[in-house]
Design a protein around this ligand. Sequence first.
Ligand SMILES: Cc1cc2nc3c(=O)[nH]c(=O)nc-3n(C[C@H](O)[C@H](O)[C@H](O)COP(=O)(O)OP(=O)(O)OC[C@H]3O[C@@H](n4cnc5c(N)ncnc54)[C@H](O)[C@@H]3O)c2cc1C
Length: 345
Amino acid sequence: MKSHQNISLAQFTSLSVGGYAEELILPDNYDELKILIENNPQANILGYGCNVLISDSGLPGTTIALRNGSITIDGTLVIADSGVWWDDMVQTVINNHLWGFELMSEVPSSVGGAVFGNIACYGQQVSDTLSWVEVFDRTDGKIYKLLKKDIDMSYRSSVFQQRPELVILRAAYDLSLEPKQELTYDSALAIGEELGLDHKTLADCRAIIIETRRRAGSIYHYDDPSVEHSAGSFFRNPLVSTDLATELAKFDESGKTLERIQHQSLVHGGDTHRASAAHVLLASGFKRGQSWGPVQLHDKHVLKIVTHEGATATQVYDVVQEIVTTVSDKLAIQLDPEVKFVGKF
Ligand SMILES: Cc1cc2nc3c(=O)[nH]c(=O)nc-3n(C[C@H](O)[C@H](O)[C@H](O)COP(=O)(O)OP(=O)(O)OC[C@H]3O[C@@H](n4cnc5c(N)ncnc54)[C@H](O)[C@@H]3O)c2cc1C
Protein backbone atom coordinates (compact mmCIF):
# COMPACT_ATOMS: atom_id res chain seq x y z
CA MET A 1 0.00 0.00 0.00
CA LYS A 2 1.11 3.59 -0.59
CA SER A 3 1.06 6.23 2.13
CA HIS A 4 1.60 10.00 1.79
CA GLN A 5 1.82 12.81 4.34
CA ASN A 6 0.57 16.34 3.55
CA ILE A 7 -0.30 15.66 -0.05
CA SER A 8 -2.55 17.77 -2.29
CA LEU A 9 -5.89 16.07 -2.86
CA ALA A 10 -6.61 18.12 -6.00
CA GLN A 11 -4.71 15.52 -8.05
CA PHE A 12 -7.03 12.81 -6.64
CA THR A 13 -10.26 14.48 -7.79
CA SER A 14 -11.79 15.06 -11.21
CA LEU A 15 -12.50 18.74 -10.37
CA SER A 16 -8.77 19.11 -9.61
CA VAL A 17 -9.28 21.54 -6.72
CA GLY A 18 -9.07 21.26 -2.93
CA GLY A 19 -6.52 21.30 -0.13
CA TYR A 20 -4.15 18.79 1.44
CA ALA A 21 -4.71 15.50 3.22
CA GLU A 22 -2.78 15.22 6.48
CA GLU A 23 -2.32 11.56 5.58
CA LEU A 24 -3.46 9.73 2.45
CA ILE A 25 -3.32 5.92 2.21
CA LEU A 26 -4.05 3.86 -0.91
CA PRO A 27 -4.51 0.16 -0.09
CA ASP A 28 -3.52 -2.28 -2.83
CA ASN A 29 -6.21 -4.86 -2.19
CA TYR A 30 -9.24 -5.97 -0.17
CA ASP A 31 -7.19 -7.47 2.71
CA GLU A 32 -5.15 -4.28 3.13
CA LEU A 33 -8.32 -2.17 3.07
CA LYS A 34 -9.91 -4.33 5.79
CA ILE A 35 -6.92 -3.95 8.13
CA LEU A 36 -6.61 -0.23 7.36
CA ILE A 37 -10.22 0.61 8.10
CA GLU A 38 -10.16 -1.51 11.29
CA ASN A 39 -7.18 0.51 12.48
CA ASN A 40 -8.55 3.89 11.25
CA PRO A 41 -12.32 3.66 11.63
CA GLN A 42 -12.76 7.44 11.44
CA ALA A 43 -10.82 7.83 8.15
CA ASN A 44 -12.30 9.91 5.31
CA ILE A 45 -13.23 7.63 2.40
CA LEU A 46 -12.64 8.50 -1.23
CA GLY A 47 -12.91 6.51 -4.44
CA TYR A 48 -11.55 8.17 -7.58
CA GLY A 49 -12.81 11.62 -6.51
CA CYS A 50 -15.19 12.00 -9.48
CA ASN A 51 -18.11 13.30 -7.43
CA VAL A 52 -16.58 15.33 -4.60
CA LEU A 53 -15.65 18.94 -3.97
CA ILE A 54 -12.91 18.91 -1.33
CA SER A 55 -12.47 22.06 0.74
CA ASP A 56 -9.40 24.27 0.19
CA SER A 57 -8.63 23.80 3.88
CA GLY A 58 -8.04 20.08 3.20
CA LEU A 59 -8.78 17.05 5.32
CA PRO A 60 -7.23 16.47 8.76
CA GLY A 61 -6.43 12.94 9.91
CA THR A 62 -6.33 9.91 7.62
CA THR A 63 -7.96 9.71 4.22
CA ILE A 64 -8.22 6.34 2.48
CA ALA A 65 -8.56 6.36 -1.32
CA LEU A 66 -9.99 3.10 -2.66
CA ARG A 67 -8.37 2.66 -6.05
CA ASN A 68 -7.44 -1.00 -6.26
CA GLY A 69 -9.05 -4.41 -6.05
CA SER A 70 -10.06 -7.48 -7.95
CA ILE A 71 -13.02 -8.88 -9.84
CA THR A 72 -14.35 -12.45 -9.80
CA ILE A 73 -17.03 -13.88 -12.05
CA ASP A 74 -19.02 -17.00 -11.20
CA GLY A 75 -21.66 -17.70 -13.85
CA THR A 76 -23.75 -14.52 -13.97
CA LEU A 77 -22.62 -13.31 -10.51
CA VAL A 78 -19.88 -10.66 -10.55
CA ILE A 79 -18.13 -9.68 -7.32
CA ALA A 80 -15.80 -6.67 -7.31
CA ASP A 81 -13.84 -4.90 -4.58
CA SER A 82 -14.94 -1.32 -3.99
CA GLY A 83 -11.68 0.17 -5.30
CA VAL A 84 -12.02 -1.40 -8.77
CA TRP A 85 -12.32 1.21 -11.54
CA TRP A 86 -15.94 0.82 -12.67
CA ASP A 87 -15.16 0.59 -16.37
CA ASP A 88 -12.56 -2.16 -15.82
CA MET A 89 -15.44 -4.18 -14.39
CA VAL A 90 -17.74 -3.25 -17.30
CA GLN A 91 -15.09 -4.36 -19.83
CA THR A 92 -14.47 -7.63 -17.97
CA VAL A 93 -18.18 -8.37 -17.81
CA ILE A 94 -18.65 -7.66 -21.52
CA ASN A 95 -15.67 -9.91 -22.32
CA ASN A 96 -17.62 -12.60 -20.47
CA HIS A 97 -20.70 -11.97 -22.65
CA LEU A 98 -22.84 -10.67 -19.79
CA TRP A 99 -25.46 -7.94 -20.10
CA GLY A 100 -26.40 -5.35 -17.48
CA PHE A 101 -23.56 -2.79 -17.46
CA GLU A 102 -23.14 -2.00 -21.17
CA LEU A 103 -25.14 1.29 -21.07
CA MET A 104 -23.00 2.43 -18.12
CA SER A 105 -19.71 2.00 -20.01
CA GLU A 106 -17.07 4.60 -19.08
CA VAL A 107 -18.93 6.19 -16.18
CA PRO A 108 -15.93 7.44 -14.16
CA SER A 109 -16.24 5.76 -10.77
CA SER A 110 -15.04 3.18 -8.32
CA VAL A 111 -17.30 0.18 -7.70
CA GLY A 112 -17.94 1.54 -4.17
CA GLY A 113 -18.70 5.07 -5.42
CA ALA A 114 -21.10 3.60 -8.00
CA VAL A 115 -23.16 1.89 -5.29
CA PHE A 116 -22.96 4.94 -2.99
CA GLY A 117 -24.48 7.17 -5.73
CA ASN A 118 -26.53 4.52 -7.59
CA ILE A 119 -24.92 5.71 -10.82
CA ALA A 120 -27.06 5.64 -13.93
CA CYS A 121 -27.04 6.53 -17.56
CA TYR A 122 -28.83 5.83 -20.82
CA GLY A 123 -31.54 3.88 -18.97
CA GLN A 124 -29.44 1.58 -16.81
CA GLN A 125 -28.61 1.98 -13.14
CA VAL A 126 -26.59 0.11 -10.54
CA SER A 127 -29.72 -0.88 -8.59
CA ASP A 128 -30.99 -2.85 -11.65
CA THR A 129 -28.38 -5.57 -11.12
CA LEU A 130 -26.96 -5.09 -7.61
CA SER A 131 -27.35 -8.23 -5.51
CA TRP A 132 -25.51 -7.56 -2.21
CA VAL A 133 -22.88 -5.30 -0.70
CA GLU A 134 -20.31 -6.11 1.97
CA VAL A 135 -19.70 -3.25 4.39
CA PHE A 136 -17.51 -2.36 7.35
CA ASP A 137 -19.55 -0.74 10.10
CA ARG A 138 -17.41 1.88 11.86
CA THR A 139 -19.69 1.89 14.92
CA ASP A 140 -18.97 -1.71 15.99
CA GLY A 141 -15.99 -2.62 13.81
CA LYS A 142 -17.87 -5.56 12.25
CA ILE A 143 -18.38 -6.62 8.63
CA TYR A 144 -21.93 -7.15 7.34
CA LYS A 145 -23.51 -8.30 4.09
CA LEU A 146 -26.45 -6.08 3.04
CA LEU A 147 -28.95 -7.30 0.47
CA LYS A 148 -30.28 -4.87 -2.13
CA LYS A 149 -33.57 -4.55 -0.24
CA ASP A 150 -31.61 -3.11 2.72
CA ILE A 151 -29.80 -0.52 0.61
CA ASP A 152 -32.78 1.69 -0.25
CA MET A 153 -31.68 2.68 -3.74
CA SER A 154 -33.48 5.31 -5.76
CA TYR A 155 -32.59 8.03 -8.28
CA ARG A 156 -28.88 8.85 -7.58
CA SER A 157 -29.33 7.73 -3.99
CA SER A 158 -28.59 4.86 -1.60
CA VAL A 159 -28.70 4.24 2.14
CA PHE A 160 -24.95 4.94 2.28
CA GLN A 161 -25.58 8.66 1.76
CA GLN A 162 -27.44 8.71 5.10
CA ARG A 163 -25.15 6.22 6.85
CA PRO A 164 -21.53 7.43 6.59
CA GLU A 165 -20.56 4.86 9.25
CA LEU A 166 -20.80 2.17 6.54
CA VAL A 167 -17.77 1.70 4.30
CA ILE A 168 -18.44 -0.38 1.20
CA LEU A 169 -15.82 -3.15 0.87
CA ARG A 170 -17.18 -5.01 -2.14
CA ALA A 171 -20.31 -5.40 -4.22
CA ALA A 172 -21.97 -8.30 -6.06
CA TYR A 173 -24.11 -8.01 -9.18
CA ASP A 174 -26.37 -10.51 -10.84
CA LEU A 175 -26.02 -10.01 -14.58
CA SER A 176 -27.77 -11.60 -17.49
CA LEU A 177 -27.01 -13.76 -20.51
CA GLU A 178 -29.68 -11.80 -22.43
CA PRO A 179 -30.20 -8.04 -22.85
CA LYS A 180 -32.57 -6.60 -20.24
CA GLN A 181 -32.66 -2.94 -21.30
CA GLU A 182 -32.62 -1.69 -24.84
CA LEU A 183 -30.86 1.53 -25.81
CA THR A 184 -33.61 4.08 -26.57
CA TYR A 185 -31.67 7.33 -26.17
CA ASP A 186 -31.99 9.36 -29.38
CA SER A 187 -28.48 10.82 -29.66
CA ALA A 188 -26.85 7.45 -28.93
CA LEU A 189 -29.06 5.67 -31.47
CA ALA A 190 -28.15 8.29 -34.09
CA ILE A 191 -24.44 7.81 -33.40
CA GLY A 192 -24.87 4.05 -33.69
CA GLU A 193 -26.48 4.50 -37.08
CA GLU A 194 -23.82 6.97 -38.23
CA LEU A 195 -21.04 4.51 -37.28
CA GLY A 196 -22.84 1.47 -38.66
CA LEU A 197 -22.93 -0.21 -35.24
CA ASP A 198 -25.62 -2.55 -33.96
CA HIS A 199 -26.73 -1.55 -30.45
CA LYS A 200 -28.22 -5.02 -29.98
CA THR A 201 -24.75 -6.57 -29.68
CA LEU A 202 -22.71 -6.07 -26.51
CA ALA A 203 -19.47 -4.84 -28.05
CA ASP A 204 -21.21 -2.42 -30.44
CA CYS A 205 -23.48 -1.13 -27.70
CA ARG A 206 -20.44 -0.35 -25.55
CA ALA A 207 -18.71 1.37 -28.49
CA ILE A 208 -21.81 3.50 -29.17
CA ILE A 209 -22.06 4.57 -25.51
CA ILE A 210 -18.37 5.46 -25.32
CA GLU A 211 -18.56 7.54 -28.50
CA THR A 212 -21.76 9.25 -27.28
CA ARG A 213 -20.07 10.07 -23.98
CA ARG A 214 -16.94 11.30 -25.78
CA ARG A 215 -18.98 13.70 -27.94
CA ALA A 216 -20.90 14.89 -24.86
CA GLY A 217 -17.67 15.67 -22.98
CA SER A 218 -18.49 12.96 -20.42
CA ILE A 219 -15.27 10.97 -20.50
CA TYR A 220 -12.82 11.22 -17.59
CA HIS A 221 -9.93 8.95 -16.70
CA TYR A 222 -7.97 9.41 -13.49
CA ASP A 223 -4.55 8.88 -15.07
CA ASP A 224 -5.08 11.01 -18.19
CA PRO A 225 -3.66 14.52 -17.57
CA SER A 226 -5.35 15.93 -20.69
CA VAL A 227 -8.92 15.44 -19.42
CA GLU A 228 -11.37 18.22 -18.69
CA HIS A 229 -11.91 18.86 -14.97
CA SER A 230 -15.50 18.49 -13.86
CA ALA A 231 -17.58 16.27 -11.60
CA GLY A 232 -20.11 15.40 -14.29
CA SER A 233 -23.62 16.79 -13.81
CA PHE A 234 -23.40 18.90 -10.68
CA PHE A 235 -27.10 18.86 -9.75
CA ARG A 236 -29.80 16.19 -9.53
CA ASN A 237 -32.81 16.61 -11.82
CA PRO A 238 -35.50 18.13 -9.55
CA LEU A 239 -39.04 16.81 -9.11
CA VAL A 240 -41.54 19.47 -10.28
CA SER A 241 -45.23 19.66 -11.22
CA THR A 242 -46.38 18.43 -14.65
CA ASP A 243 -47.09 22.02 -15.73
CA LEU A 244 -43.66 23.25 -14.69
CA ALA A 245 -41.96 20.22 -16.32
CA THR A 246 -43.77 21.09 -19.59
CA GLU A 247 -42.82 24.78 -19.26
CA LEU A 248 -39.15 23.95 -18.59
CA ALA A 249 -38.99 21.59 -21.58
CA LYS A 250 -39.34 24.70 -23.79
CA PHE A 251 -35.75 25.54 -22.85
CA ASP A 252 -34.48 22.47 -24.66
CA GLU A 253 -32.23 23.58 -27.50
CA SER A 254 -31.87 20.28 -29.32
CA GLY A 255 -35.14 20.47 -31.27
CA LYS A 256 -36.66 17.43 -29.51
CA THR A 257 -40.43 17.14 -29.13
CA LEU A 258 -42.01 17.36 -25.67
CA GLU A 259 -42.74 13.64 -25.89
CA ARG A 260 -39.04 12.79 -26.50
CA ILE A 261 -37.96 15.15 -23.70
CA GLN A 262 -40.37 13.39 -21.34
CA HIS A 263 -39.04 10.05 -22.52
CA GLN A 264 -35.47 11.16 -21.75
CA SER A 265 -36.52 12.46 -18.31
CA LEU A 266 -37.87 8.99 -17.69
CA VAL A 267 -34.68 7.34 -18.93
CA HIS A 268 -32.44 9.72 -16.89
CA GLY A 269 -34.42 10.16 -13.72
CA GLY A 270 -37.10 7.48 -13.67
CA ASP A 271 -39.92 10.04 -13.56
CA THR A 272 -41.49 12.40 -16.13
CA HIS A 273 -41.94 14.91 -13.27
CA ARG A 274 -38.19 15.09 -12.90
CA ALA A 275 -37.29 18.10 -15.01
CA SER A 276 -33.85 18.32 -16.56
CA ALA A 277 -31.67 20.38 -14.17
CA ALA A 278 -29.97 21.73 -17.33
CA HIS A 279 -33.31 23.19 -18.49
CA VAL A 280 -33.77 24.65 -14.98
CA LEU A 281 -30.41 26.43 -15.23
CA LEU A 282 -31.16 27.77 -18.71
CA ALA A 283 -34.63 28.93 -17.58
CA SER A 284 -32.96 30.78 -14.69
CA GLY A 285 -30.73 32.73 -17.08
CA PHE A 286 -27.48 30.74 -16.86
CA LYS A 287 -25.67 30.15 -20.15
CA ARG A 288 -23.51 27.40 -21.55
CA GLY A 289 -19.86 28.48 -21.34
CA GLN A 290 -20.61 31.18 -18.74
CA SER A 291 -17.56 31.77 -16.57
CA TRP A 292 -16.54 33.16 -13.22
CA GLY A 293 -12.75 33.49 -13.63
CA PRO A 294 -11.36 29.94 -13.85
CA VAL A 295 -14.74 28.32 -13.06
CA GLN A 296 -17.06 27.74 -16.00
CA LEU A 297 -20.30 26.08 -17.05
CA HIS A 298 -19.42 23.56 -19.77
CA ASP A 299 -19.89 25.01 -23.26
CA LYS A 300 -21.96 21.99 -24.37
CA HIS A 301 -23.49 20.92 -21.04
CA VAL A 302 -24.58 23.72 -18.77
CA LEU A 303 -24.97 21.25 -15.89
CA LYS A 304 -21.25 20.47 -15.73
CA ILE A 305 -19.11 22.89 -13.75
CA VAL A 306 -15.61 22.89 -15.24
CA THR A 307 -12.46 24.18 -13.51
CA HIS A 308 -9.43 25.68 -15.24
CA GLU A 309 -5.87 26.36 -14.03
CA GLY A 310 -5.83 28.33 -10.78
CA ALA A 311 -9.42 27.53 -9.72
CA THR A 312 -10.11 26.91 -6.03
CA ALA A 313 -12.76 24.84 -4.26
CA THR A 314 -14.12 28.04 -2.69
CA GLN A 315 -14.69 29.55 -6.14
CA VAL A 316 -16.59 26.42 -7.25
CA TYR A 317 -18.59 26.47 -4.02
CA ASP A 318 -19.49 30.15 -4.53
CA VAL A 319 -20.72 29.45 -8.09
CA VAL A 320 -22.83 26.55 -6.76
CA GLN A 321 -24.36 28.84 -4.12
CA GLU A 322 -25.12 31.49 -6.74
CA ILE A 323 -26.86 28.90 -8.95
CA VAL A 324 -28.89 27.43 -6.08
CA THR A 325 -30.00 30.87 -4.85
CA THR A 326 -30.86 32.20 -8.32
CA VAL A 327 -32.89 29.08 -9.23
CA SER A 328 -34.73 29.24 -5.92
CA ASP A 329 -35.52 32.97 -6.33
CA LYS A 330 -36.59 32.74 -9.99
CA LEU A 331 -38.36 29.37 -10.15
CA ALA A 332 -38.92 28.36 -6.52
CA ILE A 333 -37.04 25.11 -7.25
CA GLN A 334 -34.59 23.80 -4.67
CA LEU A 335 -31.65 22.37 -6.63
CA ASP A 336 -29.88 19.51 -4.93
CA PRO A 337 -26.17 19.02 -5.70
CA GLU A 338 -25.25 15.47 -6.67
CA VAL A 339 -21.62 16.25 -5.83
CA LYS A 340 -20.58 15.74 -2.18
CA PHE A 341 -18.91 18.62 -0.31
CA VAL A 342 -16.07 17.22 1.76
CA GLY A 343 -14.33 19.21 4.53
CA LYS A 344 -15.13 22.71 5.77
CA PHE A 345 -16.95 25.21 3.51
C1 LIG B 1 -16.92 13.44 -16.55
C2 LIG B 1 -17.88 12.80 -15.58
C3 LIG B 1 -19.01 12.15 -16.07
C4 LIG B 1 -19.92 11.54 -15.18
N1 LIG B 1 -21.00 10.87 -15.70
C5 LIG B 1 -21.87 10.24 -14.86
C6 LIG B 1 -22.97 9.49 -15.38
O1 LIG B 1 -23.14 9.34 -16.58
N2 LIG B 1 -23.83 8.92 -14.50
C7 LIG B 1 -23.65 9.02 -13.13
O2 LIG B 1 -24.46 8.47 -12.38
N3 LIG B 1 -22.60 9.70 -12.62
C8 LIG B 1 -21.71 10.32 -13.45
N4 LIG B 1 -20.64 11.03 -12.93
C9 LIG B 1 -20.45 11.08 -11.49
C10 LIG B 1 -19.47 10.00 -10.97
O3 LIG B 1 -19.09 9.19 -12.01
C11 LIG B 1 -20.13 9.13 -9.90
O4 LIG B 1 -20.70 9.88 -8.88
C12 LIG B 1 -19.13 8.11 -9.30
O5 LIG B 1 -19.88 7.08 -8.70
C13 LIG B 1 -18.15 8.66 -8.30
O6 LIG B 1 -17.32 7.58 -7.88
P1 LIG B 1 -15.95 7.83 -7.14
O7 LIG B 1 -15.32 6.52 -6.87
O8 LIG B 1 -15.12 8.80 -7.89
O9 LIG B 1 -16.46 8.48 -5.76
P2 LIG B 1 -15.85 9.73 -4.99
O10 LIG B 1 -16.10 10.97 -5.76
O11 LIG B 1 -14.44 9.45 -4.60
O12 LIG B 1 -16.79 9.72 -3.71
C14 LIG B 1 -18.14 10.13 -3.81
C15 LIG B 1 -18.82 9.82 -2.48
O13 LIG B 1 -18.89 8.41 -2.32
C16 LIG B 1 -18.32 8.02 -1.07
N5 LIG B 1 -17.68 6.73 -1.27
C17 LIG B 1 -16.85 6.39 -2.29
N6 LIG B 1 -16.44 5.11 -2.14
C18 LIG B 1 -17.03 4.65 -1.01
C19 LIG B 1 -17.00 3.41 -0.31
N7 LIG B 1 -16.26 2.36 -0.74
N8 LIG B 1 -17.73 3.28 0.84
C20 LIG B 1 -18.48 4.31 1.30
N9 LIG B 1 -18.54 5.51 0.68
C21 LIG B 1 -17.82 5.67 -0.46
C22 LIG B 1 -17.32 9.13 -0.74
O14 LIG B 1 -17.07 9.19 0.68
C23 LIG B 1 -18.04 10.36 -1.27
O15 LIG B 1 -18.96 10.85 -0.32
C24 LIG B 1 -19.70 11.61 -13.79
C25 LIG B 1 -18.54 12.25 -13.30
C26 LIG B 1 -17.62 12.82 -14.18
C27 LIG B 1 -16.38 13.46 -13.65
